[in-house]
Design a protein around this ligand. Sequence first.
Ligand code: TYD
Ligand code: MG
Length: 464
Amino acid sequence: MAKDRSIYVCTECGGTSAKWLGKCPSCDAWNTLVEQVAGAQPGSANNRFGAPVFTALAGAAELATLSDIEATDMARTPTGLDELDRVLGGGIVSGGVTLIGGDPGIGKSTLLLQAVDALQRAGRNAIYVTGEESGAQVALRSKRLGLDHSQVQVLAEIQLEKILATLDATRPAIAVIDSIQTVYSDQLTSAPGSVAQVRECAAHLTRFAKASGTAVVLVGHVTKEGALAGPRVLEHMVDTVLYFEGDTHSSFRLVRAIKNRFGAVNEIGVFAMTERGLKGVANPSAIFLSQHAEPVPGSVVLVTLEGTRPMLVEIQALVDNGGPSPRRLSVGLDRDRLAMLLAVLHRHAGIACMDQDVFVNAVGGVRISEPAADLAVMLAITSSLRGKPLPKGFIAFGEVGLAGEVRPAPRGQERLREAAKLGFSVAVVPKANAPRKGAKEIEGLTIHPVERIEEAMDVVRQLQ
Ligand code: TYD
Ligand code: MG
């Protein structure tokens, strides 16, 4: 390890130190020093006020007028896994860097092995760099996936310089680095997986991708809490960020695009983990519903819109006598939003849960961020509080504001049609989302349009 080649830079003030210190010698901030390769950072030529000095660094680079630059559309290569291509915006882009994050064991390695094998079979050279597992383990997985005679090249290596040399010599169409947390550069003394190593290695691999045209996929582990040494610091560096979601206990997995320079964000791909790998689910609208023979209190089906597809997700609530400081817990939904909805429920509909524990859950490990879930959450809470189920075939969606108003959700008609298609028969939705008077009705669905939360509660009381 070459200690003398690295320096420590403060993330707060940009000050530097030759060795690691708990406190930045320049600005006195704690735990802000991060290792960097000396010479690679602009702060090494600072003036006495800490501003970088740009003169006499190198010859000026050439400018181009925007309209003179040829706008070339990105060439995409479909991976052949339709659901993955959907989130990628059509396929992998040459020179593009993709980060795939997710909990350990969720299926990142499985999905990527399937993808690179499909690409290899389509005549694109693929290299799978494995730092987490041995070549034998990767081979075992490929057998399990039924990928016999796979021509994918496997490189069991974790040293960045060696990986780059191999990639440079072979110039594959796609290279998967599984995972970025295991890779280390011997230019830095920090341990593999530390922020400094992950950032430095990813920067080198990104540079390689841009220079060579190889599509690079970085695998990163993310813990449930989102606290991680790694992937989050890379998000701004890469072109596309995909996250795996889903409950490892259920077989369904969602891959969501958080950022995509080459396509739409918030598009999702849905897979089912089977004995032979991940299989795309082309019609995922009904997979997040649990089966109740008869309606149960505290359960409401929400029609949510994920990317371009409407999906039905069961929202469950449990309201129970709490102690002196009642708990509010949510899985798959935002907890702050839950607190807000409880306040709105109290203030505008007169339904108090002050002395109650309130738990809400989106079934199947799916994460719902859209505010259109509000109405379903509030109805589930009220249903649990009263111990009364909603009628059979009931669905709801709509955002609820602090003033108690029920606001329309985007593309309401599509949501209603999807619910009707799946046999749902009663809907409570924002007025603006209901078909206008005289417009064509949605067959099989009785729609109750509401404008305010108290109105929604009245409608539901009559239905129960
Ligand atoms: P893996 O891809 O190793 O997860 P990650 O790389 O995200 O850590 O997936 C591991 C899990 O998937 C493991 O629990 C076994 C299961 N699995 C299947 O159910 N079927 C399969 O065909 C394969 C390969 C794995
Ligand atoms: Mg893995």
